[in-house]
Structures are given as structure tokens and as C-alpha cells.
Design a protein around this ligand. Structure first.
Ligand SMILES: Cc1cc2nc3c(=O)[nH]c(=O)nc-3n(C[C@H](O)[C@H](O)[C@H](O)COP(=O)(O)OP(=O)(O)OC[C@H]3O[C@@H](n4cnc5c(N)ncnc54)[C@H](O)[C@@H]3O)c2cc1C
Length: 455
């Protein structure tokens, strides 16, 4: 019997167990430069019981299983390095409960961020973690995603209160609670968050929601150089002004955005900001932010209050990667993801820019400046091994620089297959401990092998 036939024995629905070439190919790649590899079979479970049955079979037969959400992760996370089963959770896409009084929602893993926000919005609430891509809540939890609003609200770990997880052998466990806090034993919820599908498959999440702010202002300013924009961002973050987003975009990216979106933004290093809260508080903060930015050398300050105009502005920021891809047809995207203590951000970006120029690499820079997290983006020619190797060399140099200053190799994208050696550089002494946890939860190593932990 083939693997598909054996899986049909536990799923029993021909349409949801596929070894068709195009479906396998769609589950064998991500949007980045990582080498594709197709799974042998793609399974679309609809219930926790089905996930459990698939994992029990895979565990017994030692078949690798890679959970798949929206496939927007950037480090080869969803590429089945050893073949096997791609477990596509997008059919588990129900918002099970919105408990407005408790400021939380219970969702299945395939619910997207935007779908949750539609349901939460009916109650005057929203889910703030915003990685730009319309990712699934399961994938976002599994990568500990964050994004433009993290400076104010925090990332996924802060937002996941409880999980239902299927372990490698098929056992279903529940972690956490619906309470706003808990000190009950080891923090297993937070262990599964960020585990990239290597410790278990998340089948239900309880997440925090927030009230939609009454008044929101988005603003933008341009700077003569990256240094000035960085310094202004650091000053803003420490000023007491309550920014809800604080993003830095370099001049080349602004140029690509203008070409892609048909906008006419200044093609200079720019800060994109958002302030939200009560009208009186926000308007006072906008004034303070404008003064601070102008004193730091910012020019062309502009503000948007209407919801559509604000969306346009944030679309421009969120579509930066697509704009760069559009500007570089046939090239593949690679991004660094270091995060440094805030005071180190100006130096980090200066160092990265100088290193890219020294190596002759076309590289652009964007940053979640309020978090000290920045991305150097390369558009690589897949047929040019030298260019790829040079980008790797630069990534290593950027990571080493960050680690020397108390930073981390990944602020939000995770390790996947692409940062294995950087995890060793950052936490080499902890690898045996991490491996012990992995062996306890997944003794046969069937869950997303080749990711997070180096072989
Ligand atoms: C344009 C663009 C901008 C981005 N910006 C950001 C950003 O600002 N911040 C940020 O954090 N990320 C960003 N990302 C990366 C990406 O959106 C995040 O990593 C996201 O969290 C991945 O979610 P997903 O549903 O696509 O997961 P997938 O890519 O499908 O999966 C990601 C990982 O999670 C595992 N997984 C998926 N579902 C489950 C589950 N139910 N149980 C267990 N494991 C599971 C997979 O096996 C894989 O290892 C960006 C990506 C793009 C394309």
C-alpha cells in the first residue's frame, strides 16, 4: 500500500489526501530563496481527531510530518526537508468563540489574522499581531510572529493564553487557561509558541484581543539619511509618546514602493508611525511626535486620519517585499532578521549598510525600528552561487555584530532551515537542552525534521 492509501485509511476522504503534482509542489516551497522539495502526500485534516490519527500513523511508521498554514514563513520552515506528509491546516478555519467580556477568542489554527479581525471587529475588538502577510494563527504561533504593532502590543507569545496541541504519537494535550495570567507549573504554552511545528501540531488557540482604539493617526516623515531616521525612531520610542507602530524604510525601498503602488512618497529614508488611543491623548502625542521628528531632522511630515488613507499608507509599508520582488523579476528573496537592544539600532543599520556596500551587494533595509528589529533584504539571482554565498557571508557578519551587542539572530522570522548555524552561534550551550526537549516530545524526530535544531 502507498502512503496515500494508508492515510486514506485514517482520513477516508479522497479529496483531502492528495499526491497530485501541483498540490505537492505548492506545499514544497516558500516565498524565499530556499530550495524547494515536494512532500510525498498532502493531507487536509478538518478535526483534531484527524490530526491525531495522522500523527499516530506517521509516528508508528516514522514518516516526517510538516504542518502547513499559509506558507508565508521565510526560512524554509514549511519545506519538507525529508519528504513525507505536509499537513495543511487551512480547513480548520473556524473562529470557535469570541468572548468579548474576557477579551479573548478561541480559534482553530487555519484562521487567518484578517478573518479573526473581521469577527473580533463585530465586538469592537481586534487582534493586533500583524506580520504583514495574511498568515494563519497556527503558523503565527508556531513562529512566534510579531510585526508592526509589536512596539505597543507585543508579539504572539504575549497573545497566546492557551493551546490544544497534538503530540507526535497522536496524544492531544491542552496547555494554559482562559485566565489573563497563570503560574501553574512550567510554561508549556510558551514552549510550543515558536517551536515551528517541531514539538507538536497546534489544533486550537485561545488568544487575547484588545479594544479598537477610538482615535488613530498615521504619520510619515522623510530624512536626509538612515542615521537621522534611526536616531529619531530611538528618540520616539523612549519619549513617552505612545506609538502603536514605528517603522523605518530606506530610500531604495521607497522607490520600489512608489513604482509598485503608484504612490509619490519622498524617495528618502522614511519613518512610518501610528498613534492610537483617546482623541485628546493621541492629538497631544501627534504634536509631540511631530516636534521630535522635526528636531531630529525629519521633513515632509504628513498625517492621515481617515481609515482608508491610513490603510493605503500601511499597505505601502506591508507591500515593501512585493514591491522589491516586482522590481527584481526572476530573483529570489532573502532577508536577515536580527534584533538588537534599541540603543544599538543606529549603529547596527550603519554597519549593515556599510558591509553591504563593501561586498558590492544590492541590499535594502527596513526595520521595526521601535523594537530594534531590522531586515536587510537581498534579491538574489538563483543562478549565481557567488551572489548567494556573499549574501550568506553578510548575514553571518550582521548576526555576529548583533550577538556581540546582546542581540539575537532572529527577532520574528524564526530559525527554520536557514538559521541553524546562527542558533548555534547564539545558544550553542543550550542546544543539548533543546534537543532533550525535542526527544522527549518527538522521540522519532518525525515533526518537521531539519528545522530549528541542527542535526
Ligand atoms: C510580505 C511578508 C511580510 C512578513 N512580515 C513579517 C513580520 O513583520 N513579522 C513576522 O513575524 N513575520 C513576517 N513574515 C513571515 C510570516 O508571515 C510569518 O512567519 C507567519 O507567522 C507565518 O504564518 P503562516 O500561517 O504562513 O505559517 P507557515 O509558513 O505555513 O508555517 C510556519 C511554520 O509554522 C509551522 N506551523 C504552521 N501551522 C502550524 C500548526 N498549526 N501547528 C504547529 N506548527 C505549525 C510550520 O510547520 C512552519 O514551521 C512575513 C512574510 C511575508 C511574505
Amino acid at each position: 500500500m502507498t502512503l496515500r492509501e494508508r492515510l486514506l485509511g485514517v482520513i477516508g476522504d479522497e479529496r483531502r489526501v492528495s499526491d497530485g503534482a501541483s498540490i505537492r509542489a505548492a506545499h514544497g516551497r516558500d516565498v524565499s530563496h530556499h530550495e524547494p522539495r515536494d512532500p510525498d502526500v498532502v493531507v487536509f485534516p478538518e478535526t483534531t481527531a484527524e490530526v491525531s490519527a495522522v500523527l499516530a500513523l506517521a509516528h508508528a511508521e516514522r514518516v516526517p510530518v510538516v504542518a502547513f498554514g499559509a506558507g508565508t514563513s521565510l526560512e524554509g520552515h514549511v519545506i519538507p526537508a525529508r519528504g513525507g506528509i505536509s499537513l495543511d491546516l487551512t480547513r480548520m478555519d473556524r473562529v470557535l468563540d469570541v468572548r468579548a467580556g474576557d477579551l479573548l477568542a478561541v480559534v482553530q489554527p487555519g484562521v487567518t489574522r484578517s478573518a479573526l479581525n473581521v469577527r473580533a471587529g463585530e465586538h469592537g475588538l481586534f487582534f493586533p499581531v500583524d506580520p504583514g502577510a495574511d498568515a494563519t494563527l497556527g503558523g503565527m504561533a508556531a513562529t512566534n510572529a510579531s510585526g508592526t504593532t509589536t512596539v505597543r502590543y507585543g508579539g504572539m507569545r504575549v497573545h497566546v493564553l492557551a493551546l490544544e496541541v497534538v503530540l507526535a504519537g497522536g496524544t492531544v494535550v491542552r496547555t494554559g487557561s482562559r485566565a489573563a495570567k497563570t503560574s501553574a507549573g512550567y510554561g508549556l504554552t510558551h514552549l510550543f509558541v515558536g517551536s515551528e511545528g517541531t514539538l507538536g501540531v497546534i489544533t486550537e488557540l485561545t488568544v487575547r484581543l484588545h479594544g479598537i482604539p477610538e482615535h488613530v493617526v498615521a504619520a510619515r516623515a522623510a530624512f536626509a539619511d538612515l542615521d537621522g531616521a534611526c536616531a529619531a525612531a530611538v528618540a520616539l520610542a523612549g519619549s513617552g509618546v505612545t506609538v502603536t507602530r514605528l517603522e523605518l524604510v530606506d530610500a531604495d525601498t521607497m522607490r520600489a514602493v512608489n513604482a509598485y503602488k503608484g504612490t509619490a512618497y519622498a524617495e528618502a529614508p522614511s519613518l512610518f508611525l501610528e498613534l492610537a488611543g483617546s482623541e485628546a491623548g493621541v492629538e497631544g502625542d501627534v504634536e509631540a511626535a511631530r516636534e521630535l521628528v522635526t528636531d531630529a531632522g525629519g521633513s515632509g511630515w504628513s498625517e492621515e486620519r481617515e481609515s482608508e488613507a491610513r490603510s493605503r499608507l500601511w499597505d505601502a509599508r506591508h507591500h515593501a517585499l512585493f514591491a522589491l520582488q516586482h522590481a527584481s523579476p526572476g530573483r529570489l528573496h532573502k532577508s536577515t532578521d536580527v534584533c538588537v537592544p534599541l540603543s544599538e539600532l543606529p549603529g547596527a543599520i550603519r554597519h549593515a549598510r556599510a558591509a553591504a556596500d563593501r561586498l558590492g551587494l544590492a541590499a535594502t533595509i527596513i526595520a521595526h525600528a521601535g523594537d530594534g528589529n531590522y531586515h536587510v533584504l537581498f534579491m538574489l539571482d538563483p543562478a549565481d552561487p557567488v551572489e548567494r554565498a556573499t549574501a550568506e557571508e553578510l548575514n553571518d557578519e550582521i548576526v555576529a555584530w548583533a550577538l556581540q551587542r546582546g542581540g539575537t539572530c532572529t527577532g520574528e522570522h524564526g530559525i527554520g532551515a536557514g538559521k541553524l548555524r546562527h542558533l548555534t552561534a547564539e545558544h550553542g550551550d543550550l542546544i543539548p537542552l533543546m534537543r532533550g526537549i525535542k526527544e522527549l516530545l518527538d522521540p522519532h524526530g518525525i515533526l518537521n525534521p531539519g528545522k530549528v535544531l541542527p542535526d
